[in-house]
Design a protein around this ligand. Sequence first.
Ligand SMILES: Nc1ncnc2c1ncn2[C@@H]1O[C@H](COP(=O)(O)OP(=O)(O)OP(=O)(O)O)[C@@H](O)[C@H]1O
Ligand SMILES: O=P(O)(O)OC[C@H]1O[C@H](OP(=O)(O)OP(=O)(O)O)[C@H](O)[C@@H]1O
Length: 215
Amino acid sequence: MSLSMALTKGRLEKKTVEMLDACGYGTEALKDKGRALVFKDSKKDLEYFLVKANDCITYVEHGVADVGVVGKDTLLEGGKYYYELLDLEIGKCRFIVASLPENDLFNKVGHIKIGTKYPNVARNYFLSKGMDVEIIKIDGSVELSPLLGLCDGIVDIMETGATLKENGLIVLDTVCPISARLIVNKASFKLKRKEVMDLIHDLEQEVLRNAAALE
Ligand SMILES: Nc1ncnc2c1ncn2[C@@H]1O[C@H](COP(=O)(O)OP(=O)(O)OP(=O)(O)O)[C@@H](O)[C@H]1O
Ligand SMILES: O=P(O)(O)OC[C@H]1O[C@H](OP(=O)(O)OP(=O)(O)O)[C@H](O)[C@@H]1O
């Protein structure tokens, strides 16, 4: 049976395609893609489509995609009707809490405002600290919000730390590490078990090879 795979476009796209390539999959169409969004694997019975991160979960939950590759950040923010079966160990970064140095929100008395693209992650984090904060949803350039006084601090993704540094923000805490995960539709896992397990096995071998290469 054929498998359909939702890939998160953007930062994870190239690394995911490289992994599939290294596993011997036929991903040429994904590399020379123009404006197309659906691609057939040239070697395996597999179809790919490229979507935004949140939509990856939606397609997998609805069974339109049997499997998907999406960041743990997106999984933590929303969606739950899927199995998360493999850490691909690509797209590594982390969720952090940051602020201007003079705005140490953990020692602030009174109302605290947090800017973030990830309101659920931020709310859960501060609840776990016993702090009642106001969450302000921001869609991008989150680092700008404390600079302009919209909020006291942010919960955002940090990879190299360059964006924080260039904007004079400091890390106050790490919420959790992030990496890309393989998620699987629950029905597909039953009905296409062999195909899904073969894919997981192939990717798992590549995760191990990548880890060994780093040692
Ligand atoms: N430095 C980083 N910043 C953001 N995401 C990163 C970073 N490094 C790895 N990632 C991972 O890549 C995924 C996709 O990020 P990307 O910025 O391409 O899309 P996005 O968050 O939907 O942003 P945009 O709206 O700009 O397309 C994230 O969900 C995260 O898992
Ligand atoms: O630690 P760094 O390597 O600097 O990376 C972190 C930055 O990258 C992401 O933003 P992105 O470029 O996706 O733009 P956005 O703020 O518009 O989402 C993230 O939200 C940070 O701003």
